[in-house]
Write a protein that binds this ligand. Structure first.
Ligand SMILES: Nc1ncnc2c1ncn2[C@@H]1O[C@H](COP(=O)(O)OP(=O)(O)OP(=O)(O)O)[C@@H](O)[C@H]1O
Length: 307
């Protein structure tokens, strides 16, 4: 294969991913055929209502949970067929995880630099002296002066940046973050998100952030919406330059069309036109028209079809 014909495999591929939870005889389908492709090095956000399946998806991608069916591949590794042993190595080396609460990533009795060195020690390195990578990470996170501070001497935003350092300690290819700014004030959120952006740019780490925070979801290239366990919509942003040479961002919204031809119409659209149960489709030269059942246009079409 030549360099020209070589196609880079996406870093994350989910194809028709299903996760069913069974408890006390009741089945909950948390993921119902979810499709998602994330190219290497992308920083993207996942948004969706409570219960839509975001945490279930992150748990699958982080190797904590095993899906019921479908395909989930991260950094070329198949998460359904992976052995228990490979899963441990995968979680230590391939993915880093950042939780909403910084404390979930941190040991309270260790300093900032010691915390960042914990996963490195697990990786067969010595913890007794400062590891250059830990100091480099603290620099990149913008908190080198916090190296020897205990957690009680750090603000919430600084603690979350140390937690990010822990997640990045072993240079994971993929960083998964679940509401990383959810408990922070605006300035701290800003600092944590800026640190995530720097990590993405400096190390080429692919980043998936689950968020309700517009500061995050509106400042990434792509925001994917999840509804009822499926990817339903995407907003793609790109920078453009106006006639005065000023940069501005164009955001385009898409519905996701899966391989079976399914798409979810936005609820505001279907409610506005009182669409339910079934709709009439009309193939035009360059688009597909969707009409409410019983609308004048649908009836006209029916008559035209009969003639
Ligand atoms: N371990 C479990 N056992 C049974 N049902 C579960 C389990 N985990 C999640 N669910 C169900 O799966 C669905 C998706 O949950 P999930 O936590 O992934 O949603 P979410 O989008 O992350 O929500 P939130 O924003 O509130 O965290 C919900 O109906 C939830 O009740």
């Amino acid at each position: 294969m030549t360099a020209d014909t070589m196609v880079t495999e996406p870093e994350i591929v989910c194809d028709n991913l299903v996760r069913i939870f069974k408890s006390e005889g009741i089945e909950v389908v948390a993921l119902q055929g979810l499709d998602l492709v994330v190219p290497k090095g992308e920083l993207m956000a996942l948004v969706g209502a409570s219960g839509s399946g975001k945490s279930t998806l992150l748990n699958v991608l982080s190797g904590l949970d095993i899906p019921s069916a479908g395909l989930a591949k991260v950094a070329g590794k198949d998460l359904l067929s992976m052995s228990g042993r490979d899963r441990v190595v995968y979680r230590r080396e391939t993915v880093g995880f950042l939780f909403q609460q910084a404390s979930a990533n941190l040991f309270p009795y260790l300093t900032a630099v010691e915390n960042i060195q914990v996963p490195m020690a697990l990786d067969g390195r010595k913890r007794s002296e400062r590891h250059p990578r830990a100091m480099e990470l603290l620099d990149m996170l913008g908190i080198p002066e916090c190296a020897d501070r205990g957690l009680t001497q750090l603000s919430g935003g600084q603690q979350q940046r140390v937690a990010l350092g822990v997640a990045l300690a072993n240079s994971p290819r993929v960083l998964l973050a679940d509401e990383p700014t959810g408990e922070l004030d605006t300035q701290s959120s800003d600092e944590v998100f800026a640190a995530i952006q720097r990590a993405n740019a400096a190390y080429g780490t692919t980043v998936v952030v689950v968020t309700h925070d517009p500061l995050v979801s509106e400042h990434v290239q792509r925001t994917v919406g999840i509804r009822d366990g499926r990817t339903s919509s995407e907003v793609v942003r790109r920078g453009e330059i106006d006639e005065h040479g000023n940069e501005f961002v164009v955001a385009e919204e898409y519905a996701v069309l899966d391989r079976a031809g399914r798409l979810q119409l936005p609820r505001e659209f279907t409610t506005a036109l009182d669409m339910k149960d079934r709709v009439r489709l009309d193939l035009e030269a360059d688009h597909i028209g969707v009409w409410p059942d019983g609308s004048r246009r649908a009836r006209e079409q029916e008559v035209a079809g009969d003639e």
